[in-house]
Design a protein around this ligand. Structure first.
Ligand SMILES: Cc1cc2nc3c(=O)[nH]c(=O)nc-3n(C[C@H](O)[C@H](O)[C@H](O)COP(=O)(O)OP(=O)(O)OC[C@H]3O[C@@H](n4cnc5c(N)ncnc54)[C@H](O)[C@@H]3O)c2cc1C
Length: 428
């Protein structure tokens, strides 16, 4: 096994060569805080619009969620479409769903336009019914999606499930056929190179420790490498526990660990038996799993194994749980070598809908709740337009965003939430 907590994606991505050298200084139109998909996509779009841009990243570009995720770039919302429709009405639910589909198209377009070698592939996403009753729900979901918003969906009835997955654990499935997958860290580094080529100055190892409003308008943004004056500011700090200057977001974003293992490469005959169509897979439980094959035939198998934060010790503990679950689903993989174990922080909102807009003169976009590969990329571009005065591209404008009661940054309540979800999985 390689070093704990080393994401397979980050271990197999090229280094970022276009980073800015020297001190952080000067005056720019926009300062972006955070070098994940949100910040990098915004930097690319803003630089292409002709703005002068500085991006400040605490660690390495795409080093957090953007380089540690499951690599699934799926159509559709984190939510059940029917529940969204019941809460917001059909038109809004449709707009949210379509925004995710547009976001997948955008990722594909950026990868093609910027020549990013990230193995983008329209593979389809399979939602696997973990209990017989879950298949009934998938049938209802399919019928509503097909009637209202997505014709590219199809059902796999229980008796044909082995055409999709070589396991006795599932009872039918719903496929969103236009969903895609990619190598996320390669995409992130490629986005950073593209933004740097367009003129954005991207500083790694430059944690923002202070933001001060200037009397005449604009901001002074401080890092250990120096300070920069910016007319506008975009906070794109994702789910990495945000430091002191970001109090507003700390009280609204709940950062939860999600964990992944990568196996040694599997041989083609075994893959033909287990996952013949090489799609994205998610299971229907609340504490479910997500998996897919990597380009070199490793199985990337993830889940919220424990309701905990991600750190090297927690990642290893979770990795052992994931290995067991993987073996339960695919007995043929019991004892297969595990090459990488890692985790990352997912930026959840209380209702699992993203939030983006302006707060106290700061622009922000975050809270993708596990669906950020496509949506963070999309929102980076959208926020570039919003900051230019056109609010129409922000699908999340107007959503209220109360703070989470009792939450001040450390999610002390996670174990209780975990128990509640486990209970729900037992009874439903
Ligand atoms: C394990 C895991 C699996 C996932 N699987 C999927 C999936 O399969 N499909 C999907 O769609 N989504 C998935 N997600 C979610 C998705 O990865 C995220 O929603 C998306 O990457 C968020 O991008 P971001 O740029 O907003 O945040 P991030 O990628 O977290 O980037 C934020 C950046 O801000 C930096 N930062 C924070 N504070 C400061 C500061 N003070 N100064 C400077 N920089 C700072 C951080 O270092 C970080 O690099 C997963 C997430 C995780 C953790």
């Amino acid at each position: 096994m390689t070093a704990p907590s080393l994401s397979y994606w980050l271990a197999t991505a090229p280094p970022f060569a276009g980073g800015a050298q020297g001190g952080v200084e000067g005056k720019v139109d926009v300062a972006i805080i955070g070098g994940g998909f949100t910040g990098l996509s915004a930097a690319l779009a803003l630089a292409k619009q002709g703005a002068s841009v500085v991006l400040l990243e605490k660690g390495r570009v795409a080093g957090e969620a953007s380089g540690r995720n499951g690599g699934q770039c799926n159509n559709g919302t984190a939510h059940d479409y029917g529940a969204l429709s019941a809460r917001f009405g059909k038109d809004v639910a449709k707009a949210y769903y379509r925004a995710h589909c547009d976001a997948v198209d955008l990722v594909e377009r950026i990868a093609a336009d910027e020549g990013i070698d990230c193995a983008f592939r329209r593979c389809g996403r399979v939602k696997l019914a973990a209990k017989p009753a879950h298949y009934d729900k998938l049938v209802r979901a399919h019928d509503l999606l097909a009637a209202e918003v997505d014709e590219n969906v199809r059902l796999v009835p229980p008796e044909r499930i082995r055409e999709e997955v070589g396991s006795d654990a599932f009872h039918g499935a719903l496929i969103q056929t236009t969903s895609a997958q990619l190598h996320p860290a390669r995409f992130g580094v490629g986005l950073a190179e593209a933004a740097a080529r367009a003129g954005a100055r991207i500083f790694e190892n430059a944690e923002v420790t202070g933001m001060d409003r200037l009397a005449g308008g604009g901001w002074k943004v401080t890092t250990p490498k120096g300070s920069v004056m910016a007319s506008q500011l975009l906070v794109a700090t994702g789910g990495a526990p945000p430091a002191a200057p970001f109090g507003f977001f700390r009280r609204r974003i709940v950062s939860v660990g999600s964990f992944i293992i990568a196996t040694d490469p599997l041989d083609d005959a075994l893959i033909a038996q287990l996952l013949p169509n090489r799609r994205n897979y998610v299971t229907s439980k609340n504490i479910g799993n997500y998996f897919r094959l990597a380009p070199d035939n490793r199985l990337i198998f993830g889940g919220r194994a424990r309701f905990a934060i991600s750190d090297p010790r927690s990642d290893l503990k979770s990795g052992r749980i994931l290995e067991e679950v993987m073996g339960d689903i695919f007995p043929a993989l019991k004892g297969v070598g595990v090459s990488h174990v890692w985790g990352g922080m997912v930026d959840l909102t209380a209702d699992r809908l993203p939030r983006a807009g302006e707060q106290d003169g700061m622009y922000y976009s975050m809270g993708y709740s596990g669906h950020g590969v496509q949506m963070a990329t999309y929102m980076g571009q959208a926020m570039a337009r919003v900051m230019g005065g056109d609010t129409s591209p922000n699908p999340w404008a107007g959503l209220d965003w109360p703070s989470v009661p009792g939450h001040f940054g450390k999610p002390w309540f996670l174990p209780m939430v975990g128990l509640w979800y486990k209970w729900q999985d037992l009874i439903h």
